[in-house]
Design a protein around this ligand. Structure first.
Ligand code: KIV
Length: 277
């Protein structure tokens, strides 16, 4: 029996940790993130140099065929997380906390522990702003790494009335910036910002010192994430404007993932046509 993390110390490509991500922000290296849901694609994404892999509740839509992420359960995320973790060597593994799995601090801790112990996740992601401060604080007090997802929150789709750009009004934008600050103070290690004007992406980035990962949040954040099936051109129908099909012209799935990592690192993705004003 050998300890993997000790063997990997000193390797040319050591595993990504929370400190790696913090250093990347400090040094201005863009963080490339993608979702994955199974071991085979996780291995391809990992080999392509993706830094963070998310087992997102988007699996409810792209794997299970639902219209929203609402039906996804904690058991679903654990199942896919275990598979993904077997495919990864270097990337940092983050798992989504599904709808209603973090309604109280006690429930959130219980489910976050399951994602880490049964799913092998290294960080949990939950959707919410000021309303989730108690939850983030409770998880952080128990040393659970947390990513706070703000902006468009797909689990709230039925409350909000659709998937649309958030923070276009000044009061809402100000609230989002102050939520991001409060979430960092509560112990969030990463902020994930979805579907907001680029100017607001920049304001959130300036307001906090933890890494900010964007999806449709413009170029002025620390990293980018996309749903794997969207950027591989598998998802059918109308896609959000921030999605680029990296499979077009790439010739293979590994080449498409490498092109994505390169574009994020060189900051040629997102281009102006992927951004909101
Ligand atoms: O569930 C998911 O894949 C996500 C990304 C869209 C960020 O939350």
């Amino acid at each position: 029996m050998a300890y993997k993390h000790l063997q990997q110390r000193g390797m040319a490509q050591p595993p990504v940790t929370v400190s790696t991500l913090r250093n990347m922000r400090a040094e201005g290296e863009a963080i490339a993130c993608l979702t994955a849901y199974d071991a085979s694609l996780a291995a391809i994404v990992d080999d392509a140099g993706v830094d963070v892999v998310l087992v997102g509740d988007s699996l409810g839509m792209v794997i299970q065929g639902h219209d929203t992420t609402v039906p996804v359960t904690i058991a679903d995320i654990i199942y896919h997380c275990r598979a993904v973790s077997r495919g990864l060597g270097r990337a940092f593994l983050m798992a989504d906390m599904p709808f209603m799995s973090y309604t109280t601090p006690v429930l959130a801790l219980e489910n976050a522990v399951r994602l880490m112990q049964e799913g092998d996740a290294m960080m949990v992601k939950l959707e919410g702003g000021a309303g989730q401060l108690r939850i983030v604080e409770h998880l952080a007090q128990h040393d659970i790494p947390v990513c706070a997802h703000i902006g468009l929150k797909p689990q709230s789709v039925h409350k909000v009335g659709g998937f649309r750009v958030q923070g276009r009004e000044q009061a809402e934008a100000r609230r989002m910036v102050s939520d991001a600050r409060a979430l960092e103070q509560a112990g969030a290690d990463i902020i994930l910002l979805e579907c907001v004007p680029s100017e607001l992406g920049e304001a959130v980035h300036e307001a906090v010192s933890v890494p900010v990962i964007g999806i449709g949040a413009g170029p002025s954040v620390d990293g980018q994430i996309l749903v794997l099936y969207d950027m591989l051109g598998i998802t059918q129908g109308r896609l959000p404007r921030f999605v680029q099909d990296f499979m077009a012209g790439a010739g293979s799935v590994p080449a498409a993932c490498e092109a994505y990592v390169r574009a994020v690192k060189e900051r040629s993705y997102p281009a102006p046509e992927h951004c909101f004003s």
